[in-house]
Design a protein around this ligand. Structure first.
Ligand code: NAP
Length: 351
């Protein structure tokens, strides 16, 4: 028999078909009940990710694979335990945060116990909701894939954003020399404050000339979610033995309007570099890639990542995410803002 707390109003964001910001509808929902081994979270904060906009546009492969239409986007929430199914060890009312494979944009969310983590008292609900996706992405990219050594030269594209902020801090903690790249001058102090050794402002500087100056032999690791705009040059600016970690393609996407520009998308797809294993071997360079939503079933990996991340935050070695909050009703504005390329840190919805 499930234990639960009585709740009143329940809402979720629903996207019925691919499209622009007007497709984000806030609708009433019935409060979901947890099954055995599951937890219902009464949500106080929801993390927004750039990927949520791609889901809305209908271009996110794993969303099509696991959900289809209609879909409620959202990879992460924080709140209190509202109800538990059989076999769950959590107290009603306990403050928690969780990862979700979609479905997070809601006032009440049911997830398996394995995806729920105790919220440290030092983190606000907003910070806790903002944490899992981008910090786990950065952890996986750096410590499962790239394995940088102390002193390694690392270049982080989009360094003031959600994932970028986490990458800069974690690479610094690992003793690396970090160069952050940003697309707007206003973001430079943000990346400096995160501890980057160098910041390249590509709105005023020649990105690759600066990169060449900072790492004449090339970088040990480059982390690139731009896609076609920089992938080829990122590969060329690796040193021998260097590693390129690819985890996004946002330069294919529009900064305004919320809808894909199909001819540009098709052209960018064709122009995206194809890396040849023969060349990679001769160059002694690696290209690696991943999508966190396919790691959802690797529960032991997610638990290990979260253990490290929470320990580093508790020790003050990595700061919690900087957040900007929006009411859930303003979800369209949050999407427009993250797509604009102007935001820094993380955006969070408050239901
Ligand atoms: N593979 C995975 O598992 C995984 C997981 C999480 C995130 N991601 C990817 O990581 C990237 C960052 O995600 P996030 O949520 O942390 O977002 P974010 O970095 O906070 O925001 C996106 C940033 O990308 C840059 N950008 C946006 N649109 C662009 C465009 N059309 N052309 C060039 N640059 C553009 C802008 O920064 P600058 O102008 O300063 O560069 C913008 O601030 C996204 O591509 C996302 O899809 C992948």
């Amino acid at each position: 028999m499930a234990r639960m707390q009585v709740t009143t109003e329940a809402r979720k964001v629903v996207v019925h078909a691919a499209g622009g910001h007007d497709k984000l509808r806030v609708e009433a929902q019935s409060v979901p009940a947890p099954g055995p081994g599951q937890v219902r979270i009464d949500v106080k904060a929801i993390g927004v990710n750039y990927a949520d906009a791609i889901v809305r546009m209908g271009l996110y492969a794993s969303a099509k694979e696991y959900v289809g239409w209609p879909i409620t986007p959202g990879f992460e929430v924080a709140g209190t335990v509202g109800a538990v199914g059989e076999g769950v060890d959590l107290a009603i009312g306990a403050p928690v945060f969780a990862v979700t494979r979609f479905g997070g944009y809601a006032s009440h969310v049911v997830v398996d116990r394995a995806y729920v983590f105790a919220k440290p008292a030092t983190l606000s609900f907003e910070q806790a909701a903002a944490l899992p996706t981008v910090y786990m992405t950065a952890w996986y990219a750096l410590f499962e894939l790239a394995h940088p050594r102390r002193g390694a030269k690392i270049l982080v594209h989009s360094a003031a954003g959600g994932v970028g902020s986490a990458l800069v801090q974690m690479a610094k903690r690992a003793g690396c020399e970090v160069t952050g790249v940003v697309g707007r001058t206003a973001k430079v102090p943000v990346v400096e404050a995160l501890g980057a050794d160098h910041v390249i402002d590509k709105s005023t500087q020649d990105l690759w000339r600066e990169a060449q100056r900072l790492a004449p032999e090339g970088f040990d690791v480059i982390l690139d979610a731009n896609g076609v705009a920089t992938l080829g040059a990122s590969y060329r600016h690796l040193r021998r033995t260097g590693k390129l970690v690819v985890y996004g393609f946002h330069s294919m996407m529009p900064k305004t309007g919320g809808k894909p520009n199909w001819p540009k998308l098709a052209l960018d797809y064709v122009r995206t570099p194809r890396f040849n294993p023969l060349d990679m071997t001769n160059d002694s360079k690696s290209v690696m890639a991943f999508n966190l939503s396919y790691l959802f079933d690797r529960k032991e990996l997610l638990a290990e990542a979260m253990r490290d991340i929470l320990a580093w935050i508790a020790a003050g070695e990595v700061a919690p995410p900087a957040v900007t909050t929006y009411p859930l009703a303003d979800v369209a504005r949050a999407h427009a803002d993250i797509e604009s390329g102007k935001t820094t840190g993380k955006l969070v919805l408050v239901p």
